[in-house]
Ligand binder design. Structure first.
Ligand code: NAD
Length: 261
């Protein structure tokens, strides 16, 4: 008797005709996530505040990968906008199979004491409320479908090791607890929810900061390189794939062996 199943591993990464929505999908890690799923056959919704960049991403995906791509201007900090985006995805593609809550704002601050409630609203509004808004909107469809997968995001700062990111780190910690709790509620409907926690990754969001501090930042990574958007996108695709069929309510750190973690 063989213990391996008859499904080849490559088939478990086949997302042909599945419907994947990615928030903040027009830049950096989110864009790599959109392209990775499209390359595996998925139809993709690119939900981003930047409509022009989302439309450019959608056009590139349709041309390069031949799958369908829908660009929707979405501010995930608004529940109404999140719900409209999820409904539009279901209208367009017939289902919502994977939701990737990638949008997040990592404003660095020299001092929490000097930050303001407006700063907190902005950061938490996108990073944590954005995750809750889109998750809530998607789950009603996924429960009806009796299937679905949600990937939320943390960052190494969720462990409280970066005083320059107090509010963002708090929002990422909230994403972890939220994901683990809700995963336990919806598992009986065949829905899986996990967290990807990226280490420092080279994207437009980190470009200026890395230009100044990149060499110092690199010292914290055992594998002696910074992350690339594809590193994170591959982990997201793994968690959404059938290869991760028995993984839920977990955090996967993709951080090159961050030594302060
Ligand atoms: P990025 O700035 O390159 O891209 C973020 C995208 O989100 C942009 O297209 C932006 O327009 C969009 N966006 C911003 N506000 C939005 C809103 N309210 N609604 C919808 N879309 C919005 O960022 P990135 O570096 O690719 O980061 C992606 C995710 O990875 C974030 O959750 C971030 O916290 C997380 N992360 C990144 C790093 C890193 O080093 N880059 C490390 C840890 C975690």
């Amino acid at each position: 008797m063989l213990y391996v199943t008859e499904t080849p591993l490559a088939e478990k990464f086949d997302f042909t005709d599945e419907s994947v929505a990615v928030t903040g999908g027009a830049s950096g890690i989110g864009r790599a996530v959109c392209e990775t799923f499209a390359a595996q056959g998925a139809n993709v919704t690119i939900a981003d505040v930047d409509l022009e960049a989302a439309e450019e991403t959608a056009a590139t995906i349709e041309e390069e990968y031949g799958t369908r791509a829908l660009a929707i201007q979405t501010d995930v900090s608004s529940y109404e906008a999140a719900a409209e985006m999820i409904d539009a995805t279901v209208d367009e593609f017939g289902s919502i199979d994977v939701l990737v809550n990638n949008a997040g704002l990592s404003t660095r601050t020299s001092s929490f004491l000097e930050s303001t409630p407006e700063d907190w609203d902005h950061s938490v509004g996108v990073t944590y409320f954005g995750t809750m808004n889109c998750t809530h909107a998607a789950l009603s469809h996924m429960v009806e479908q009796e299937s679905g997968c949600i990937i939320n995001y943390a960052s190494d700062s969720y462990k409280g090791n970066d005083p320059a990111l107090p509010v963002y780190g708090g929002a990422k910690a909230a994403n972890v607890a939220f994901t683990m709790n809700v995963a336990k509620e919806v598992g009986e409907h065949g829905i899986r929810m996990n967290v990807v926690s990226p280490g420092t990754t080279e994207t437009p969001a980190t470009e200026d900061w890395l230009a100044e501090y990149g060499d110092k930042v690199l010292e914290s990574y055992a594998l002696d390189r910074l992350g690339q958007p594809q590193d994170i996108a591959d982990a997201v695709a793994f968690l959404a794939s059938d290869a991760a069929d028995w993984i839920t309510a977990q955090v996967l750190s993709v951080n090159g062996g961050y030594i302060r973690g």
